[in-house]
Design a binder for this molecule. Structure first.
Ligand SMILES: O=S(=O)([O-])[S-]
Length: 254
């Protein structure tokens, strides 16, 4: 399973570190020493229809080779938005076959990092690799038919958008859990486990139940997915098409 790691872990473990901020921020504001820049917009397709926001596999592989990634290397990603963009990169890596236990979200974003840790302006040039992970045997992906069946069978469906978006219309029976509810505004990382457990209990979300996640285009659920994995959730399904796909197909909204 992917995990969430702190700055000390990054310092101690020599992972491949990817910064998904825009390149001007990476260049002008500095970055985690050794981090390679892979801007978020370069890993989103947006052109492959409502059900798939993943980049072209060949493009992804080329980017990861240039970043120096290998299947036997740990990959840490960060952004400056409490981890939500970095989480999407990590889920992309998971779906393309990087070993799940080698995927890590930096707990706290760049703003949090630079409070206590050094920042660099040097751009690393890693040796290119022959990275080519095998497609995963199983993924957390769930399609529209699976979500329809989840609605019919009272499976826990979680909407990670804002309250306003949720009130405007959501998948029938969904529970509202804004992804930001699991984030600590001060540390800019995930909240303490006991706080997360309290939030989940308040929403009636049980970690040992099957949980189906959706948002608009599978960015925000990427963060919630990683947090739930970290909390030991047993069975989390990831609706890549999310509400964009659901609405495009004319499915029922309540
Ligand atoms: O985060 S999002 O995919 O709903 S825009």
């Amino acid at each position: 399973m992917p995990s969430i790691v702190d700055a000390a872990w990054v310092e101690a473990n020599d992972p491949v570190v990817i910064d998904v901020r825009e390149s001007w921020a990476y260049d002008a504001l500095g970055h985690v020493p050794g981090a390679v820049n892979v801007p978020f917009e370069t890993i989103r397709s947006g052109e492959r229809g409502a059900g798939d926001m993943l980049p072209d596999r060949a493009d992804w592989i080329a980017q990861m080779r240039a970043a120096g990634l290998r299947t036997d290397r740990d990959l840490v990603a960060y952004d400056d938005d409490h981890g939500v963009f970095a989480a999407r990169l990590l889920v992309t890596a998971l779906l393309f076959g990087h070993p799940p236990d080698r995927l890590h979200l930096l707990d706290g974003d760049f703003s949090a990092w630079q409070r206590d840790w050094p920042v660099s302006e040097e751009c690393p040039s890693p040796d290119s690799t022959d990275y080519d992970p095998d497609p995963p045997v199983a993924t957390p992906l769930i399609g529209r038919a699976g979500v329809r069946s989840a609605v019919e069978n009272d499976v826990t469906i979680v909407d990670t958008r804002t309250r306003e978006e949720f009130d405007d219309g959501h998948i029938p029976g969904a529970i509202h859990l804004d992804w930001r509810d699991l984030v600590d505004d001060e540390t800019r990382g995930v909240r303490a486990p006991e706080e997360i457990r309290a939030v989940l209990a308040d929403r009636d979300i049980a970690l040992d139940d099957r949980i189906v996640l959706y948002c608009n285009t599978a960015r925000r659920i990427s963060h919630t997915y990683l947090v739930l994995c970290e909390m030991g959730a047993a069975d989390v399904a990831f609706y890549e098409g999310s509400l964009t796909d659901w609405e495009a197909a004319g499915e029922r909204i309540e």
